[in-house]
Design a protein around this ligand. Sequence first.
Ligand code: HSE
Length: 396
Amino acid sequence: MKKLAILGPGVVGGSCAEILLRDVSLLERSAGEQLELAYVLARRELPDRLYRDKVVTDFFVIERDANVFLVIETIGGCGAALNFVRRSLEAGKHVVTSNKQLVAEHGTQLLALAKAHGVSFLFEASVGGGIPVLHPLSQCLGANEILEVRGILNGTTNFILTQMLEFGQSYDAALKDAQSRGYAEQNPAADVDGIDAGRKICILADMMFGKNVDPARVSMTGISTITAEDAAFAESAGMKLKLLGRAIRQGEQIAVFVSPHFVAGAQPLAPVSGVLNAIEVLGNNIGNAMFFGPGAGGPATASAVLGDVVDIVRNPGRKQPVDWSAEPADLTDPDAFEASFFLRTKLDKAACEQALGEIRWLPDQNGFHGGFTGKTCRKAIAAAGLALDAVWPVLE
Ligand code: HSE
């Protein structure tokens, strides 16, 4: 019998608690022994919840209970969550978290702390919600030099873009819908501004390239300036509009960024819609492999959290399967990243071509011109000094 504690019974923590209480024999079979939910740390009593008799309001109760084997952190952010995770590891308790901000910003130190105390720190649910991706990538693709990791890493924005583009829903209505389904962060600015996807591409880059990628050094652009015209241009070109996180090997350096992209219809990421996420990996031996599934939501994310719990209960003394060094990664300027770019503008077409070279124009939309440049970079486009309304890279 292993005693567990959950910190923070929000959308994900609440689902973990419910599954632990409901699927007792299934989890016992998976873990090889019984899992007992001993505590749920909340700010106040929760008399209407299934796990009401497990609720405690003081973390010290959990910290001092030497029989608590593992702590699940689903508080979010880097305030109390960071403090409690550190203290849990120092108290010799394994920790599983779904908190991507915590892992992206403090993962290197927390991995070292876990190692120093002979326990595991796992975070499968921090990237791609319920999709099993970190373990398969770190273990099964270990015989590859990774050339690129790219993905649709935020369920809320993919849901909003899909609702807007395919069902004509307004931005505000689609965001409300995503919030009511439990997809969005407490402050959805982290979703729509590309920060949540940014944290996840940093974790993937840390892991795939083996060095520390600090989110503060990564360019993150969200979906707030995407317009209905962009969507119409994408459709007329047989493409999709997607918010992508990308980490691309360039010799000994990596380009890491988040940006809306025009994605060619034949790309595997193009049909991934709604709350689904997908992570595509390009390796020198495997070629392309893609992992996809539900990227947000309580039960789906709890599935990944509890998968880590099962893993630790089965292999408590094992070397950390998902790890990277503390050495800072050598990052390139994302504005120097070369691709074809989509432009939206009301400027004279000939003047654009004079400044940027040949452009493949699409039929106008609502008085806007839209078209694709040849291979160039944001820096070169900016240097041309044109006041363009949108510049999005193309994944061809
Ligand atoms: N807000 C996040 C998303 C939740 O929409 O993808 C999962 O990390």
